[in-house]
Write a protein that binds this ligand. Structure first.
Ligand code: IMP
Length: 179
């Protein structure tokens, strides 16, 4: 893909490996949620590609909802203060919720969302994250389904962005600054 001036992309996880892993996660979730009323809650914007693929890898009559949150500020570091920009459209009462997130970094965002969804009376709440930067964790969050553990590097693609760019990359890439 063409890049912005002064930036190069290096592939960290290829699209075909992502596809395989998503299929595996989908099969596992299908097995675990047999006969349960499952709702996927995607965290916008970063999870939109993952949710689309994961939902189709799960062979259950699930529902899908989205929340949009933002950390205060425009930095690449999470502040831990989370603002809800879009709340859930539907009640999660008595439903089995699977929160679908692109990446867990410090854990501050998911920690907030986990508490928020739990307080809404769900029958159960679990977390599925495609990427996990475990070495960066500041608060413990239970990641029940995990795609890949990655090193402490800023990555883009497959829904993830830097300043809203590169969400449309098929691979997950690290951004290398050349100037
Ligand atoms: P946390 O609250 O520190 O766990 O941050 C989670 C959020 O930070 C994710 O949902 C992403 O929006 C963003 N984020 C963290 N690391 C990256 C990265 O490497 N690339 C793109 N976004 C990231």
């Amino acid at each position: 893909m063409q890049t912005r001036a002064g930036e190069q992309l290096e592939v960290l996880i290829q699209a075909q490996d992502i596809r395989l892993r998503v299929e595996q996660l989908g099969a596992r979730i299908t097995y675990d949620y047999q006969d349960k009323d499952l709702i996927l809650i995607g965290i916008l914007k970063g999870s939109f590609v993952f949710v689309a693929d994961l939902a189709r890898a799960i062979d259950l009559p699930l529902a899908i909802d989205f929340m949009a949150v933002s950390s205060y500020g425009m930095s690449t570091q999470s502040s831990g203060v989370v603002r809800i920009i879009k709340d859930l459209d539907h009640s999660v009462e008595q439903k089995h919720v699977l929160v679908v997130e692109d990446i867990v970094d410090t854990g501050l965002t998911l920690n907030y969302i986990y508490g928020h969804v739990k307080s809404r009376g769900a029958a159960s709440v679990k977390i599925c994250a495609l990427l996990d930067k475990a070495s960066r964790r500041q608060v413990a969050v239970p990641v029940h389904y995990k795609g890949f553990e990655i090193p402490d590097e800023f990555v883009v693609g497959y829904g993830l962005d830097v300043e809203e760019r590169y969400r449309n990359l098929a691979d997950i890439c690290r951004v290398v600054h050349t100037s």
